[in-house]
Design a protein around this ligand. Structure first.
Ligand code: C2E
Ligand code: MG
Ligand code: MG
Ligand code: MG
Length: 280
C-alpha cells in the first residue's frame, strides 16, 4: 500500500542518512590523522599568459591520498576540514609546504613567477593568518610577491571589517589577492571596489561551453571589459581545448589555466614542465 511504501521510503532515507553521517565522521577522523601520517601533498597547476604562452605562476592545490580510499578530492575534504576546524592546522601546513617548495625552486624561477594559495574563509577570519603567512615567507627567504592568495567571495561577506583589515595588510606587504570562482555564488561588483583585489578568476563553468554558448561568451567578454576598466588582472579557469584558448585570446583574456596546458602536478614534475616550457 501507499502507506507501507511511504514507510519503506522513510526507512530507506533514514538508513541512507545514517550512512552519510557515519561516512562523514569516519572521513573526519581519517583527515585528523592525515597530517601526521604524511598523507597530504601540494600539487601545482601552471597559470599561462595567453599572449606569449609563458608560465607566469602556478596555483597550489592540496591533495590527500588515503591508504584505503586513494585520492580524496579537496571538494570533499576541504568542507569537512572547515566544519571540524582542521582547516587551520592543515592550512598552516599547506603554507609552510608551499614556501619550502618555493625556496627550492628559487634558482630556476623568473622574476614574475608566483604561487597562488587557496585560502578558506576560516583561515582569513583567523587572526594569526597574516603573521603565519609572512613568517613562513621570511623564514624561507622568499620575496613576498612570490605569493598570491585566492579567496572566494564567501570570505568577503563574512566579517567584513576584520577581513578587510587582514587583506589590506597582506596587500600592503606585496601579496596579491585574487577573487576565485568569479561570477558564481555571492558575486557582487562592489566587492571589487571595496576590497584590495588584484584580479579575478573566471569560473570554469563559463569556459566549459564557450564554443557553443553565445551567452557564456557574452558574459566572459563583459567580465574582461569590466576587469580592464578597473585595471584588474584576469585568469580564465578550466581551459580544456585549443578552441577555448583561441576564443579567450580573441576576447583579450590575459591569462588562463586548465587541462589544455597541464593538469596539476607534483612539485618536481612542475619544475621540469616550467624549465622546458616552450614560451616566447
Ligand atoms: P579552485 O580553487 O577553483 O581550483 C580549481 C580546480 O579546478 C582544481 O580542482 C583544479 O584541479 C580544477 N581544474 C583545473 N583545470 C581544469 C580543467 O581544465 N577542467 C576541469 N574540469 N577542472 C580543472 P581541485 O584541485 O579538485 O580543487 C577543488 C577546489 O578545492 C578548489 O577550487 C578550491 O576551492 C579547493 N582547494 C584546493 N586546494 C585547496 C587548498 O590548498 N586550500 C583550500 N582552502 N582550498 C583548496
Ligand atoms: Mg583557486
Ligand atoms: Mg576557481
Ligand atoms: Mg572552485
Amino acid at each position: 500500500s501507499a502507506k507501507n511504501a511511504g514507510k519503506n521510503d522513510f526507512h530507506f532515507f533514514s538508513h541512507e542518512m545514517d550512512q552519510q553521517a557515519h561516512d562523514r565522521v569516519a572521513l573526519e577522523n581519517e583527515l585528523r590523522m592525515a597530517l601526521s601520517h604524511n598523507e597530504l601533498g601540494v600539487w601545482y597547476q601552471p597559470l599561462v599568459n595567453l599572449k606569449d604562452n609563458n608560465i607566469c605562476g602556478v596555483e597550489a592545490l592540496v591533495r590527500w591520498k588515503n591508504p584505503v580510499r586513494g585520492f580524496v578530492g579537496p571538494d570533499i575534504f576541504i568542507p569537512i576540514a572547515e566544519e571540524s576546524g582542521l582547516i587551520l592546522p592543515i592550512g598552516d601546513w599547506i603554507i609552510e609546504t608551499i614556501c619550502h617548495q618555493l625556496s627550492e625552486w628559487e634558482p630556476h624561477l623568473k622574476d614574475d613567477f608566483h604561487v597562488a594559495i587557496n585560502l578558506s574563509p576560516i583561515q582569513i577570519r583567523h587572526s594569526a593568518l597574516e603573521k603565519t603567512l609572512l613568517k613562513a615567507i621570511s623564514s624561507h627567504r622568499i620575496k613576498n610577491d612570490r605569493i598570491h592568495i585566492e579567496i572566494t567571495e564567501t570570505a568577503l561577506v563574512e566579517n567584513e571589517a576584520a577581513t578587510l583589515r587582514t587583506l589590506s595588510q597582506l596587500n600592503q606587504a606585496g601579496i596579491k589577492i585574487w577573487l576565485d570562482d568569479f561570477g558564481t555564488g555571492f558575486s557582487s561588483l562592489s566587492h571589487l571596489k571595496q576590497f584590495p583585489v588584484s584580479g579575478v578568476k573566471i569560473d570554469r563553468s563559463f569556459v566549459a561551453d564557450l564554443e557553443q554558448d553565445v551567452d557564456d561568451r557574452a558574459l566572459i567578454s563583459a567580465m574582461i571589459v569590466l576587469a580592464n576598466a578597473m585595471t584588474l588582472d584576469v585568469i580564465a579557469e578550466g581551459i580544456e581545448t585549443e578552441a577555448q584558448c583561441l576564443l579567450l585570446n580573441e576576447l583579450q583574456c590575459p591569462k588562463g589555466q586548465g587541462y589544455f596546458y597541464s593538469r596539476p602536478l607534483p612539485g618536481d614534475q612542475l619544475l621540469d614542465l616550467y624549465r622546458w616550457w616552450p614560451g616566447k
